[in-house]
Design a protein around this ligand. Sequence first.
Ligand code: PEP
Ligand code: MG
Length: 572
Amino acid sequence: MIVIKGVPASPGIAIGRAYVLENEEIVISRVDIPKQQIRVEVKRFKLALEATHRDLDATETKVLKMLGKEHARLIDTHRLILRDPLITKDVPKRIQDEKVNAEFALSEALEVVNQAFEKMHDEFFRERRHDLFDVGKRLLSHLLKTEKKTLSDVKRPSILVSRNLLPSDTLNLKENNILGFVTDLGGKTSHTAILAQSMEIPAVVGLSDASHRIKAGDEVILDGDQGLVIIHPSPEAVVKYEKVRERSIQEEEVLEKLRGVPASTADGKRFKMAVNLDTLEELKTTLLLKPDGVGLFRTEYLFLNRTTAPSEEEQTEAYSKVAEAMSPHPLVIRTADIGGDRLSQLGLEGPKNEANPFMGLRGIRLFLRHSELLKTQFRAILRATLQGRVSVLLPMVSSLRELQSARRIFFQAQQELLAEGVPLPKKTPVGIMVEIPSAAILLDHFLEEADYVSIGTNDLIQYTLAVDRINEEVAHLYDPYHPAVLRLLHGIVETTHKHGKKVTVCGEMTSDPKAVPLLIGLGVDVLSVTPRMYLRVKQILRSLRFSDAQAMVAKALKQSDSSEIRKLVGEL
Ligand code: PEP
Ligand code: MG
């Protein structure tokens, strides 16, 4: 039994025989051509370019049909590469200057682009090397007139093993008997991985040499949750994984029954359970959960991995889509929280080489510095109010002045739209994320101007305990059960309720089954949960008695050590 570890790209477990797509190594040799053949070679290259564009068009049509517009955008990256002058201009120039065959000129040009990508520090751009590889392979296969292998001859359910997989190949897997796939290349943010998740195909990528180590017909277990591939598993391992698979299917079936059932405790206290949404792509599966709304729509995805900010139109379209889909349930749209570990390529003045990015120009600080971005986002959010119950949430607020400045810009955006004749609701609530201790401590003042509160436990814990949330060296100190955290949470809930306003919790603590009883006992109004954990958390909530949870929290608040708090929660 051999276990290899890769990158978990798409969750789920698959057990089966390997179908290995041979590594189609294309050997390119340099052929010197006479001067009179230059035109012919350039023409051949142009025809291959056109054919590759046609391939992409066909793929796009397929993606549009199967997965929708969001995914079809992925094809644009391939088009951009194909249109890059480093390909379109450089290859004909090389053919001409060096008097070489088109294949050789192309492979040289691709290598230059590949090296440029390789030097980039940003994972997203480095990841695009795989897109370059895909496009290059398509182009070469048109030049060499080799047909791409198809998957239609996979006769029994199998696990696909290959060096790399094109996003377009991913679309055909389910209809071709493929239970899951493993690849040597690829990362979590590759388009292939994103598609695999959407299509619910388990996948492990980035395994370096799996396509050499696994032979056709080998028995393989693919664990997409842990990123493991087990070759020649022992009978015990197969039994174990079959059980795991079975159990998760059974659990899913039980949980499915909780869709649309009220989030009430066993003694009848009703809570609201919303979901956190990180991209528009998750909307479809999220709706199936029948949540009480979207408690946090993180909008950063619209601003990352691109060099220009999204337009008001693009943002309005995205927000309106979610607002309409959720209506009549509420949608909370958070203005972009860029900075910290979410670095943008927008070329904004500001967060570059900060020694402490989490303490730096992040969230509302950055957007107040670039108030044009904030105003555009506010305008787009306000325009989405036409489609549903929308409210605004401001991230990383640390002083009252920031809230006031943001509200002024929000007011300007409202006035502008009204002057343009856009009908707006009388009031669009503006809330603050309480995720910096200063906001928690001064909350009574903030509540004079904030319509509601949403607790971001991820940041609140990191700033309260001075523990960088992504630094594994101090991960053991990151402690949601720390008595100081519990007291702070208690204070936030009390103060907000005293002002007659509502409090949501939207950090990962809502998605930690063990921590949920604390939040229930604290009496928060809304839990905004990551979609994957939504039904499980509802199941826990429904099994608890509110009065017991309250009594447990009352005791927990008296403790001085987190282990005592953990114990109390565990005993509930
Ligand atoms: C949080 O800090 O808890 C939160 C929800 O915000 P993010 O994780 O996006 O920083
Ligand atoms: Mg946060």
